[in-house]
Write a protein that binds this ligand. Sequence first.
Ligand code: MG
Length: 316
Amino acid sequence: MANSVITVDIATINKMKKHYENISGGALPPGAIFIAKGPTFTITAYRSGKVLFQGKEGSQEAQLWESQQNSPSTSSSSINKKSTQGAAITKYSPPNNISTLSIIGSDEVGTGDYFGPITVVATYVETKHIPLLKELGVKDSKGLTDEKICSIAKNIISIIPYSLLILHNEKYNDLQASGMTQGKMKAILHNRAIQHVLKKIEPTKPDGILIDQFAEPSTYYKHLQKEKTIVKDHVYFSTKAEGIHMAVAAASIIARYAFLKEMTKLSKECGMELPKGAGAQVDKAAAKVISKLGIQKLKQYTKYHFANTEKAKKLI
Ligand code: MG
């Protein structure tokens, strides 16, 4: 896929820097502010405001930021707009009153972590449950410690209907090797988790479905072409959706809780603490797994195609 270049303001670059901090690092080319290497894309941001997206899913990742950057009246080529109205209004934009509605929300965890699975959760949060969830501490999981996440998750899973899907590393690596992108895996998992929740709450119908956006809606639906059932009615997409409706915040907390539990399990199996993220400490841990258990075993615990595998081999 072709490279994408977008031009953004410094505030957006700072947001990006924070967003990708787990996968940032490496030598910077002249004029660059940061480099982030994801499993399927590399991002280089420059002081000029230009941001280069490379790799299989680079352009998808670029779209995410582009849609945040441009207000409805501006084209993608307009430069240095202090934007902030967010994406253009489409049929996928959440209605203004969404935070008060009864909504199915979905989110995923683990996509940027070398060790451990991807966990995807959809939850149904009715209007009447919103105050209770607030009381139980449900909010953007990024601001919560692991301990807090576990205790909140344990409380809410008995209150709200949800579906948790775990894509274990072996299956992930098989799908990846067969040519499936991470974006497609995520789309399929979100769509299925949402279906499970719709089934669970029957005959009740939610007022809408809110997906924490990881791809443009058109890309999301392209990924689902071969799925038997595709949920399409009243589906809304938004980045940072955990701040828009409790259902996504709750989904994010349960997904993180499940991810943490899986990491504890895998760490036990490996006989060593497996770190999160995809940074240098992960390379070191991967090298340790290779020396202790062998390279074949590493596949069971990791998203093997990440650059960490090669870096770990070099460390040995
Ligand atoms: Mg998300």
